[in-house]
Ligand binder design. Sequence first.
Ligand SMILES: Nc1ncnc2c1ncn2[C@@H]1O[C@H](COP(=O)(O)OP(=O)(O)OP(=O)(O)O)[C@@H](O)[C@H]1O
Length: 566
Amino acid sequence: MNRNNISTPTRSLNQSYNKLTLESSPPSARKVYVGECIPIKYYTSVAMLPESPSNTPPHLPAPQIHQENVGGTTYFYPTNDVNVSLNSSGGLNSSGLIGGSEHNMAVPSMAYPQMYAPIPASPIQGLGDTFYMPEQIRSEMQQIAQDPYTQPNTRQCQNLPNSLEDYTELLPLEELSPHSNTTSFRATHRIHGDQYALRRLHSYGTVPSKRFQSWKQIDHPNIIRLNHWFTTRAFGDHSMVIVYDYHPASVTLMQRYLDSRTPGSNAAANGSYHDPFSSDPDAPRPYTHQKNAMLRAVAGGSLLPEAVLWSILVQLTAGLRAIHAAGLACRTLDPTKVLTMGCRIRIAWCGVADALHANEIDINQAQQDDLTALGRLTLALACRTIHCDNLPLSIELVSRTYSVDLKNLIIYLLSAPRRSVTDLMPMIGARFYTQVEAFERRTDILESHLARELDNGRMLRLLMKICFIIERPEFNRDHKWAETGNRYLLKLFRDYLFHSVTTEGRPWLDLSHVSNCLNQLDSGTEIQVGLMTRDEGSVLLVTYAELKHCLDQAFAELMQVTPPSP
Ligand SMILES: Nc1ncnc2c1ncn2[C@@H]1O[C@H](COP(=O)(O)OP(=O)(O)OP(=O)(O)O)[C@@H](O)[C@H]1O
């Protein structure tokens, strides 16, 4: 008989997801006290598994074990267990036992809920899609994860202070220019390690206005949060530093859609924005150049889909609405101050203009200017160029390509005498609902993948616990610790998980087998599993509840003598 030639326990694990807990055992799972003795008694070789009577909970009655030799293999199982019986072919009809199949498995009365997301029972076409998240979500997550490791030109970091107040590891977010009066950095908080975006205002001597305090109160998903500010002489002058939330892997709208010089940007990728004036972006363009740039964009099919423009508009108006409602104005709404990551849009560096120009301003006029800036930004995105000063030409392009609603909105933003951000709502109309639906759909997808990843994290922790225990060369000077008692059962369980073979003796690599067994283990179910010893001489019948107890107990032993982390 092949060792571990065992059928997969394939009970679907699709009930009671709501009882799922990540960190600890499920609350509904009844605690099972299984002394070391219970599994140990299943062994033929008592010498191999030294039993300590003191470890046995006194309230547990010794199980009635029936022993039977079938084809040279000795099976041990409790006589009162209705779930295990020999079938006619000599195999055991129980969950995951030798000779059993998922169809003839006896189902025990369920004392424990099955709690985790079902995983397909056998390798099927496209299994990768089932096990892994969609490529787009994965790549966004990876960009975010990699962002902390991206290093700018280290030459630029040479003259930077080692730390500023609670912030260390300063890295410039942009090319440092000697003539600039502001610079931005990424920095890490010394205590909790989170990253922040810092904006330094050089040689800053003015006290920030009251408006600056109001910025701190704004907490909105489309506005990058201003946390606090401080002054410092660490740069050799009297600088003010404003601290914002850091959003990894974000790029500006300029970089993503409008700047052909940004490697990898959409604009660069489509090749339609090679700008012969790019060495001086502020140089005035001749009329023909502007027209050609736009027509090239139309011809090259590189104009943004209208849905993307509405998505940006809805999010920016939402941000502006919060800013204006707080009696503030953005004052710097341009493509270099709006960040995007995935489909999210965030207004960056809010309040910098108020800090730089602390004098009184006409806030109504500043809010009107915000709306004009929003119109210009939308027009630039629609034409895929920031050089759209020729308004009639640009509007003509918009009307050729996009809906009347979009054109009217841009015209309203650019030209109406008195505008309010709330007036934009009816102009956006049902597109607002489209946005909400899109975000909700995205949330659904993310939640479903989060549930899977939650399970993955739980399984990884279980596996790590098992690996900490099995085949440990020594514990408390006992070189046999890992090979005896409960630990030996865990080793056999590991074999059962990973070293099972098919009837022809080939390795059986079935992820669903592994995940289903780990789910059972984590739930501590009463389902039995047959663990074959390596010499193929015995099969030990244990429930997952017993295995779970073995794992908890052995891990607790390790934990007891583990020094506390510094
Ligand atoms: N809060 C933030 N989180 C993550 N990245 C940010 C944040 N704020 C800005 N960035 C990134 O930092 C980079 C530099 O931003 P910054 O506004 O300083 O650039 P800039 O266009 O050169 O502006 P300026 O000319 O005003 O200095 C941008 O590419 C942007 O993606």
